[in-house]
Design a protein around this ligand. Structure first.
Ligand code: AMP
Length: 416
């Protein structure tokens, strides 16, 4: 019988040291900015994403993992992103004050897998719900920039920003783009389809011919209303004031429909085609789209953990990754010593020492080999004579020195 392989586009994490380091570092960092942690379910109603991300976005039209069951008529799916679920949770609770929250966990999109692009991937999400001030955008971007630069010591990253204006600005701009596209020839079939359904998505097209044509397309930031123009300038001034280095990418629109005003991405040349490891922006109407009577202007960002790990791989030495604690292995020489091994292990665990016990009756030679492979610091051997004398044979795996120690003294001996 063949073994069952991993599902296409998913990964097994066999070592989560770096993953956990990122989460811990982020937790510490965002606590300083007064973010608190929340968690929402992995399954949601499909409608949540249809209403918010846009029916014609790739995520909703092609990439949803839909859940169907014979008994239930619920139209459920695995979440493709976390902003809409977080807003749903906010509206369900309607707390008295605005929210500054973060969460992390798996997201699911049926994309074509490649390096840095998976069908199950993991994100850290931050959301600021209930603030219309553009200064809040500057604060969120600065928080992320400091995290990448100061905490994770990433030097290869670049921050790109753009401003989509108000929803009205965007509508007017979409009309201008439509006139432009009507006047050109040679764009691909996908772009032709996008032209009718969701025209600003054409700028996501990777086809070189299309990209060349769009170089002459009108640019959003050239067509902002006076009020939007003021906010756009304010954002850039405040980022500069805080010494956040950025470049303006006038073609940055991001893949989901709910954005307005600020959009941004942190990119790294190290990542190749999928070069963004964090993206976000403002979504002032998301609450309204979910049926809220009151408006909650908001903003947020998502960090792709797998991509961040790829960016960090070459600079791991510069990070203070936690070193594993010394490992103690208890080795009963026969099944008769297993109960004593359990008691000794319990004592060591209670003393906060990382301890494992080999309980399967293997030979001493093979247990030693295994302990060596695991990088154990000490082996604690329990044979018939040790059991009789209430001792343990403690062997230093580095030097090979060994000494019989009274069982009651083992913890203090190891602590020395
Ligand atoms: P988005 O939710 O599309 O705004 O993406 C936010 C971030 O999530 C991106 O910048 C990526 O780092 C990451 N991301 C998005 N899609 C994928 C994917 N299919 N595989 C891995 N990471 C992804």
């Amino acid at each position: 019988m063949q073994t069952i392989p991993r599902v296409k586009g998913t990964q097994d994490f066999l070592e989560k040291g770096l993953y956990q380091f990122i989460l811990n570092a982020f937790h510490e960092h965002v606590s300083l900015y007064h973010f608190t942690q929340v968690s929402t379910p992995i399954i949601e109603h499909v409608e949540l994403f249809k209403r918010t991300l846009g029916t014609f976005t790739d995520v909703v039209s092609k990439e949803m993992f839909l859940l169907q069951s014979a008994e239930s008529k619920d139209n459920l799916c695995l979440r493709p992103e976390a902003t809409a679920p977080t807003m749903r949770a906010f509206l369900q609770v309607l707390p008295a004050t605005s929210w500054k929250v973060y969460s992390h966990g798996p997201m699911f999109r049926r994309e074509r897998p490649q390096k840095g692009r998976y069908r199950q991937f993991h994100q850290i999400n931050t959301e600021v719900i209930g603030s219309s001030s553009i200064s809040q955008d500057a604060l969120l971007i600065t928080m992320l920039d400091r995290f990448f630069q100061e905490n994770l010591k990433i030097e290869s990253a670049a921050l790109q920003i753009n401003f989509l204006g108000s929803y009205e600005d965007r509508e007017n701009y979409a009309q201008l783009v439509k006139v432009f596209v009507d006047g050109v020839q040679g764009i691909c079939d996908t772009c032709m389809e996008r032209k009718d359904k969701n025209i600003l998505r054409i700028f996501d097209c990777k086809n070189p011919t299309c990209q060349k044509i769009y170089e002459d397309a009108p640019i959003m930031i050239d067509h902002l209303s006076a009020e939007s123009q003021k906010e756009w300038e304010q954002l850039q001034t405040e980022l500069s004031l805080l010494s956040v280095t950025f470049s303006v990418n006038p073609r940055l629109v991001r893949g989901l429909d709910y954005y307005n005003k600020t959009v941004f991405e942190f990119v790294s040349a190290q990542l190749g085609a999928q070069n963004a490891f964090c993206g976000g922006g403002r979504y002032d109407r998301l609450a309204d789209e979910l049926g809220s009577k009151k408006s909650y202007p908001s903003l947020g960002a998502a960090i792709g953990i797998e991509r961040l790990m790829l960016v960090l791989e070459p600079i791991l030495d510069s990070l203070a990754l936690p070193q594993p604690k010394p490992l103690y292995i208890i080795m009963p020489l026969a099944a008769e010593q297993n109960p004593l091994a359990l008691i000794l292990a319990d004592t060591l665990h209670a003393a906060g020492l990382t301890t494992d016990a080999f309980l399967d009756g293997d030979s001493l030679k093979s247990m030693m080999r295994r302990a060596n492979t695991m990088g154990a610091a000490y082996a604690l051997i329990l044979g018939e004579s040790e059991q009789k004398d209430n001792t343990v044979l403690v062997k230093n795996m580095m030097t090979g020195d060994q000494e019989a120690i009274a069982q009651v003294d083992v913890v203090s001996y190891l602590r020395k």
